[in-house]
Design a protein around this ligand. Sequence first.
Ligand code: PEP
Length: 252
Amino acid sequence: MERRMLIAGNWKMNGLQKARKEVADLLALQGGKMPSMFDVLLCPPATLVADMVRDAGASGLAIGGQDCHHADHGAHTGDIAASMLKDAGAAYVIVGHSERRADHGESNAQVKAKAEAAIAAGLIAIVCVGETLAEREAGQAFDVVGKQVDGSLPEGADGQNCVLAYEPVWAIGTGKVATPEDIAAMHAHIRAKLEKAGGGILANARILYGGSVKPSNAEQIFALRDVDGGLIGGASLKAADFSAIIDASKSL
Ligand code: PEP
């Protein structure tokens, strides 16, 4: 089955109301519509989700959250439920980003529970995995990422409701990009795991690469075997850069 590419932007903790202009600019740069041959997503801070859903309108630009709680509701001050993101119009939610794993000590089991909550709420879960520099230098990258995939994959996931994102921690926000060989090798490793998981129903889940993707390297990275698009931080904040990444992907 042909996998549909996904170009996803993660704004992290960046964006006030005035940042919504980037959505208007992105739509203008793309002629009012996202390309029909792949999926485009922006994940702003939770405060902007509902507004950006309205801004995106019928353009085909999907909006997502950056995290959700594993519970549907309750006494969890400051947290947000997957059903709330869905209610605000989100279509996706990122879970297990390395910044959440590091800043909030999120374990694979917690990430898995969040992804399950996302799927139960009708969202597509983007489950992030990736090794640190120390782990890569110690030759543990495949083992670490393999364990993260095994431990974080939600029950009930299939190729439609679950996306994996491989993001080497040392490549996030650093300007350092993994080599094409390293990206291809890790994506093949993850693909092999997905082919076995859940009796094969995840075989066709998309695997994104994340880590300093920009207009100048997007095409080369996205053309690699088993790379089904990207999760993009810094370069998704400015409409011109994100639009250039979308444009670079059109020839693939
Ligand atoms: C990210 O936020 O997941 C990310 C990959 O960031 P950047 O593109 O800035 O490295």
